[in-house]
Design a protein. Structure first.
Length: 298
C-alpha cells in the first residue's frame, strides 16, 4: 500500500507543478497581449495570436499523425465550444487591454464557480446547498470588484465578466466534446476560434491593420509561445495528478496576474479587489473541498 500512496503523492506533486507553470504562462500571455495593444489594434492581435497558436497545434497534431478534421469536429458540443471560446477570448482580451490586468485576472478566477453551477443546471450534477451558497458568495466577490452603482463603476469592468462567462461556457462544452478529439485538436480549434473573434471584432473596430514594429512582433511571438505552453501545461496537469489535488493551484494565476499588473503596469490594488479576491478564492476552495468530501463518502 505504501508504494501506491507514494506514487499517487508524487503524481499529485508533479501535476500541481504543471498547473503552477501553466498559470504562470497564462499570466505571461496576458502581459504580452496587453503590451502589444499599445501599438496594435485588438482585432489584429487576436488574428495574429490565433494564427500562431493554430499553426503550432496543427503541427503537433501532424507529428502525432492525427487527422486535423473529422466529423466529430462539427458535433454540437464543439460548435458550442467555438462560440464560447470566441466570446471568452474576445471580451477577456478587451478586458486586459482596456482595464487593469489585476482586476481582470481576479474576476477570471470565478470561472470554476460558474462551471460548477452550469454543470448542475446543464448536466444535472448534484450540487448541495452548501456549495450553492459558496457559489453565490464567490459571485458576490465579482460584484464587490465591479462595484455597480458606485462612483468608480465603469462599464468596461463588465468586459472581464463577459470573458469569464465565455470561458465557463467553453469549459462546460469541452466536458461534452467527443473523447476522440485530442488536446492538440482542441487546441487547434480553440486558437482558430480566436482568429474568428478577431475577424468579427475587426468589423466593429474598423481600425486599419498596421505593420508590427520589432517590440510588438516580439510581444505577439511571446504571447503565442506562452499560450501554447500554458495550454500544454494545463493538459499535463489535469492528466497527471488527481483533479481535486491539482485544481486548487489554478488560483496561483492570481499571484502572477496581480503581481505583473502592479510591477509592470503600475496598477493600484484597492480594497474592493482584495475583498473580492478573497471571497472568490475561498468559495472556490470550499467547493473543491466539498466535492472531495462527497466523492470520498460515495
Amino acid at each position: 500500500m505504501t508504494p501506491s500512496i507514494a506514487t499517487d503523492s508524487k503524481a499529485n506533486l508533479v501535476g500541481s507543478l504543471w498547473m503552477v507553470l501553466a498559470m504562470a504562462a497564462f499570466a505571461v500571455e496576458d502581459v504580452f497581449i496587453k503590451a502589444a495593444a499599445q501599438t496594435l489594434p485588438v482585432s489584429q492581435i487576436l488574428i495574429l495570436f490565433g494564427l500562431g497558436g493554430a499553426i503550432v497545434f496543427a503541427g503537433l497534431a501532424v507529428l502525432n499523425r492525427e487527422s486535423l478534421f473529422t466529423r466529430d469536429v462539427l458535433s454540437r458540443p464543439m460548435r458550442l465550444r467555438v462560440f464560447f471560446e470566441i466570446t471568452g477570448r474576445l471580451f477577456f482580451v478587451l478586458a486586459i487591454t482596456l482595464t487593469p490586468l489585476s482586476s481582470a485576472t481576479v474576476i477570471l478566477q470565478a470561472t470554476p464557480l460558474v462551471v460548477v453551477a452550469g454543470a448542475a443546471l446543464v448536466f444535472g450534477e448534484k450540487v448541495g446547498p452548501r456549495r450553492w451558497v459558496a457559489i453565490f458568495i464567490g459571485l458576490l466577490g465579482v460584484i464587490v470588484i465591479v462595484r455597480p452603482g458606485s462612483d468608480s463603476f465603469s462599464l468596461l469592468s463588465l468586459l472581464a465578466v463577459l470573458g469569464m462567462l465565455g470561458f465557463a461556457g467553453r469549459d462546460l462544452a469541452s466536458r461534452a466534446a467527443p473523447a476522440s478529439l485530442s488536446a492538440s485538436i482542441l487546441g487547434l480549434y480553440g486558437f482558430l476560434s480566436v482568429v474568428i473573434a478577431g475577424l468579427l471584432f475587426s468589423l466593429w473596430e474598423a481600425a486599419p491593420f498596421v505593420r508590427p514594429d520589432p517590440v510588438a512582433s516580439a510581444c505577439l511571438l511571446g504571447a503565442v509561445l506562452a499560450g501554447v505552453a500554458a495550454y500544454t501545461g494545463l493538459m499535463k496537469a489535469m492528466r497527471t495528478g488527481e483533479v481535486s489535488a491539482v485544481t486548487p493551484f489554478r488560483y496561483t494565476r492570481l499571484l502572477f496576474g496581480v503581481g505583473f499588473g502592479v510591477v509592470l503596469f503600475g496598477e493600484d490594488i484597492g480594497w474592493s479587489v482584495l475583498l473580492g479576491c478573497g471571497l472568490i478564492v475561498l468559495s472556490g476552495l470550499f467547493i473543491l473541498w466539498r466535492s472531495k468530501q462527497t466523492t470520498g463518502q460515495a
